[in-house]
Design a protein around this ligand. Structure first.
Ligand code: NDP
Ligand code: 8X3
Length: 250
């Protein structure tokens, strides 16, 4: 009987690639997201409903999340891998120019949504001595101008991962925080409100990470023996590194 994984945000980018990579590795997948057409296409591409079960819901909605999980058929209930990938950034402006609603949307999705689905699945993950992989970011570790609330949500994801490790180690549940840097996906279109010129400019000549690079990392983490825990893994494209501290002068 294959292992069961749930991948949130499987309708594009990392989540789509992670779902494909895990199915190729023999997992059965529960794929989540709001865009039903994309979930249906993923089910079709990965061999049909015996391999992939789609769950269409907004992760900010606790009742919808709980109802979706309760709707799972028996053969998809024994989840042993949770990939908390659904998330977004909105805006790149300085804090004083930001829209409060956009800040709340990031917190509701990246923090509250992630915490909610994790709590709802904890008993099953403990029962299976499973694994939780959380998509944090280099923004968890490094502040940058315009990163304000997005970076703070990702710092939460990393610290929540490490805290879960402490609480769940006696239950044999593993927890990993993955912290990617510059990666090419719809993430940048979402962040910029669909600005294709900004998308092209960000990635031009940078040879960014691709969703398949992150999928391969998740596949590797999930394939390790059950006594091995990768706590935190920061990944950048070779082209990305650090800048000196900025100094504002009067
Ligand atoms: P994409 O925009 O390509 O994918 C985001 C996924 O999240 C989509 O499947 C989307 O599904 C889902 N999602 C967003 N909001 C919701 C919601 N309210 N309810 C349910 N699902 C939601 O971005 P990436 O693949 O690049 O990003 C995936 C994760 O990786 C995010 O957490 C992001 O913060 C993180 N990350 C991204 C990096 C990058 O540079 N790309 C680098 C570091 C981390 P749908 O719209 O169908 O609901
Ligand atoms: C996405 C990477 O550098 O845009 O989490 O914050 S970055």
């Amino acid at each position: 009987m294959p292992n069961i994984a749930i991948v949130t945000g499987a309708t594009s980018g990392f989540g789509d690639a992670i779902a494909r990579s895990l199915v190729a590795d023999g997992w059965r997948i529960i794929a989540t997201g709001r865009r039903r057409d994309r979930l249906d296409a993923l089910v079709e591409a990965l061999g049909g409903p015996a391999h992939v079960h789609p769950l269409c819901f907004d992760i900010r909605d606790e009742a919808a999340t709980a109802a979706a999980l309760q709707s799972l058929p028996e053969e998809f209930r024994a989840i042993s891998l949770l990939v908390n990938n659904a998330g977004l950034a909105l805006g790149t402006g300085a804090a004083q120019d930001c829209d409060l609603d956009q800040w709340k949307t990031m917190i509701d999705t990246n923090v509250t949504g992630l915490v909610t689905i994790t709590r709802l699945l904890l008993d099953r993950l403990i029962a299976s001595r499973g694994l939780i992989v959380n998509l944090a970011s280099v923004a968890s570790n490094w502040p940058y101008p315009g990163g304000n609330v997005y970076g703070a949500t990702k710092a939460f994801v990393k610290q929540f991962s490490l805290g879960l490790r402490c609480d769940l180690s006696a239950q044999g549940v593993r927890v990993t925080s993955i912290e990617p840097g510059l990666s090419e996906s719809e993430f940048t279109l979402v962040r910029t409100g669909g600005d294709k010129a900004a998308y092209d400019a960000l990635y031009a000549g940078a040879n960014p990470l691709q969703p398949e690079d992150i999928a391969e990392t998740v596949r590797w983490v999930a394939s390790l023996p059950p006594h091995v825990n990768i706590n935190s893994l920061e990944i950048m494209p070779v082209s990305q590194s650090w800048s000196p501290f900025r100094i504002h002068r009067e």
